[in-house]
Design a binder for this molecule. Structure first.
Ligand SMILES: [Zn+2]
Length: 306
């Protein structure tokens, strides 16, 4: 028994994402009839290693973002009352500020920056959406992000949620979000999935369906739902689509970095002959959903996959 306790003594829980009080309210109809202006920003692009984005397993992020952005534009243009632009339609370098400036020049209502992910640990998987931490930009970004994560979940991808990140200056960490907010435009970064992790790579490599086209349709559908659009052929009508609303926060919405209230592991049964143990892990955090966990059998030297 002693050994078993030693085996399971160490448990770490990694907690990401933020918690919010949500409420379902009815969508109020948009009074103005002016077309919604959408800017799609394919992340990265141009020559040189630093412009490739994440490069793993034969995937080059800048190529994938362009594919998804084009598929998103193609799908979104099937809807009425929407004008769609891309910050760039070929492989070229554009600064983050230039992308935001372009969005301002066309009076964009929303900017969607298309990305794929990678982590230092190479262990994370799933989709995540980043939005501004501030005021009405958080509200717009978070509300859209929730719809987007529902769309991406329908593809079978794990969802890490809609998140904010602040830089050391206390402003939004991600440049594209910060530059867009400075110009009065909400902006979300959509990280579709990871290029450096087994589950997500297997998903991308499965060629029975065109995954990039599917991402584009998801992204466009989320936009159509958020702006209550209707398709030109009448097959899709989201004019009375209702979605979860949040309040515009009065101060920055920060990521929860505190440890979970409950984080324990307990032996339910142990068979000394086979050295099999049945253990129960319990975790709870009132501020955040617990989305990944990992544990160690060797005193924290190695951990199981998330
Ligand atoms: Zn990227």
């Amino acid at each position: 028994m002693k050994r078993t306790h030693a085996l399971i003594k160490y448990l770490t829980l990694l907690v990401f994402a933020i918690c919010l009080s949500l409420s379902k309210t009815a969508v109020t109809a948009d009074a103005a009839n002016k077309p919604v202006v959408i800017v799609i920003d394919p992340g990265h692009g141009g020559n040189g290693e630093k412009n490739l984005g994440a490069v793993y397993n034969g995937f080059i992020e800048k190529d994938l973002t362009l594919k998804v952005a084009k598929a998103m534009k193609n799908e979104l243009e099937k809807y009425e009352n929407v004008t769609v632009y891309m910050t760039h339609t070929d492989d070229r370098f554009l600064s983050l500020e230039d992308r935001a400036e372009f969005a301002k020049s066309v009076n964009a209502d929303f900017v969607y920056s298309i990305h794929f992910n990678a982590s230092v640990e190479h262990g994370f998987y799933g989709s995540e959406v980043w939005c501004s931490a501030f005021d009405k930009y958080y509200k717009a970004g978070y509300e859209f992000g929730l719809i987007e994560t529902q769309e991406l979940a329908s593809l079978g991808l794990y969802q890490k949620g809609v998140k904010t990140k602040l830089g050391s200056s206390g402003k939004d960490y991600y440049g594209i979000i910060r530059h867009c907010r400075e110009r009065g435009i909400p902006c979300d970064i959509i990280e579709h999935c990871y290029l450096d992790q087994g589950y997500d790579v297997a998903y991308l490599r499965d060629t029975t369906t065109d995954k990039y086209a599917a991402f584009g349709v998801c992204d466009a559908t989320a936009v159509a739902k958020y702006f209550n659009l209707k398709s030109k052929d009448g097959t899709k009508d989201f004019t009375s689509y209702e979605y979860t609303k949040v309040k515009a926060p009065s101060k920055a919405v920060r990521q929860d970095t505190s440890v979970p209230e409950t984080c324990k592991i307990q032996v339910l049964a142990y068979d000394s002959a086979s050295r099999n143990a049945l253990v129960e892990l319990t975790a709870n955090d009132s501020q955040s959903p617990v989305i990944y966990f990992s544990y160690s059998y060797d005193g924290g030297q190695t951990f199981c996959p998330l």
